[in-house]
Design a protein around this ligand. Structure first.
Ligand SMILES: [Zn+2]
Length: 352
């Protein structure tokens, strides 16, 4: 993207976003600390803070004096000022949750979806549940992490594997129509990765591996979520590890996903995952692998051990290239929390 100029209005909005984000990440800051951390002058801070207070986005609390000098006033984000919804669409179920403005989960709902469900059925289930959870709250929008491939920018589900009848579905627009809320559509793997990134950020090169009804990864590279130009990075489940292996749902042979699916036991399945991950580590210089998703939650130790063993076997790593293999501890709301966080992050980038 070409660089563009910044006029004064943009600078003001930028600084407002900067202050609010710093307050969120620190869990509370004084005006003096805000100036220190942002590099803005105290005058600039004193101008912007009242705008955020007027918008009802901050709470102000006088701290007890700890010695000499004026007692400081602590600014915190007013958690109940706004809310976000996060949803997950899987091949057999859906979940929706509501968070507050600091990303804390307030309420969750969801249920199974019938075999071979249509886009209309999914929109009705997610949309109706979202409206129930939003009722009575100032909700910024709905983030949805769905199975891909999909077009994040256009809000289209392409040809979701193992979901017959799902072809070029304008899921974002359909959900916006049903709920009246702004909707963000992303791959479930990206939402999962974003949950680990927001709000504190993480510079570690990480693959978040989601193992459920399919297998995919969300990539955190250089401190950002990497989606790729067509927003389909991370189709890891459909990389080939056995050239003349069994035919996969995607039409190719010997993909990580079909090899894992047809494995006789969990340990072998996780081992296939490790074979694919060894290549991913080589290509992207990954520092951390986070194992997540339904299958991992059922047997976390088996996954961690089998993946680690494969990596050790396939990558003759020197001491400076160690790879951390961990399970995500966030439970079954990882994707939904991340989807809501995507909504929150875009609000923090331009708080109004
Ligand atoms: Zn495949």
């Amino acid at each position: 993207m070409a660089d563009t100029g910044r006029n004064l209005r943009n600078v003001r909005e930028h600084n407002r976003a900067l202050l609010l984000t710093h307050i969120l990440r620190a869990g509370g800051l004084s005006r003096v600390e805000l100036a220190e951390r942002t590099g803005l002058t105290q005058q600039a801070v004193s101008k912007i803070v009242p705008e955020l207070l007027d918008a009802g986005l901050l709470d102000e609390q006088r701290q007890p004096s700890t010695g000499v000098g004026k007692p400081r006033t602590q600014l915190t984000v007013r958690a109940g000022a706004r809310h976000a919804l996060g949803a997950r669409l899987d091949r057999d179920e859906y979940r929706v949750l509501r968070t507050n403005l600091i990303g804390e989960v307030e309420e969750t709902a969801g249920g199974p979806l019938p075999a071979g469900f249509t886009p209309e059925q999914a929109v009705e289930a997610i949309g109706a549940t979202a409206l129930e959870l939003a009722d009575g709250f100032d909700v910024l929008g709905l983030g949805l992490g769905a199975v891909g491939p999909l077009d994040h920018l256009a809000g289209l589900v392409r040809d979701a594997t193992n979901m017959p009848g799902w072809h070029e579905v304008p899921l974002r627009d359909l959900l916006e129509k049903r709920t009246g809320l702004p909707v963000t559509l992303d791959k479930n793997t990206n939402s999962a990765a974003f949950a680990r990134l927001w709000p504190h950020g993480d510079p570690t090169a990480t693959a978040v591996v989601l193992v459920g009804t399919g297998i995919g990864v969300g990539l955190l590279i250089d401190g950002r979520l990497y989606r790729g130009p067509r927003t389909n990075a991370g189709e890891f489940g459909h990389t080939t590890i056995a050239y003349d292996g069994p035919v996969c749902a995607c039409g190719r042979r010997g993909c990580v996903e079909i090899m894992a699916k047809q494995a006789p036991d969990t340990r072998t399945a996780a081992g296939f995952l490790g074979i694919g991950l060894a290549d991913l580590v080589q290509v992207l210089d990954l520092e951390r692998i986070v194992l997540a998703g339904r299958a991992v939650r059922d047997e976390p130790g088996t996954y961690r051990d089998a993946v680690s063993e494969r990596l050790e076997e396939l990558l003759p790593l020197p001491h400076w290239q160690r790879i951390e293999v961990v399970e995500d501890a966030g439970g079954e709301e990882l994707v939904t929390r991340g989807a809501a966080a995507e909504v929150l992050a875009s609000y923090y980038a331009n708080p109004a």
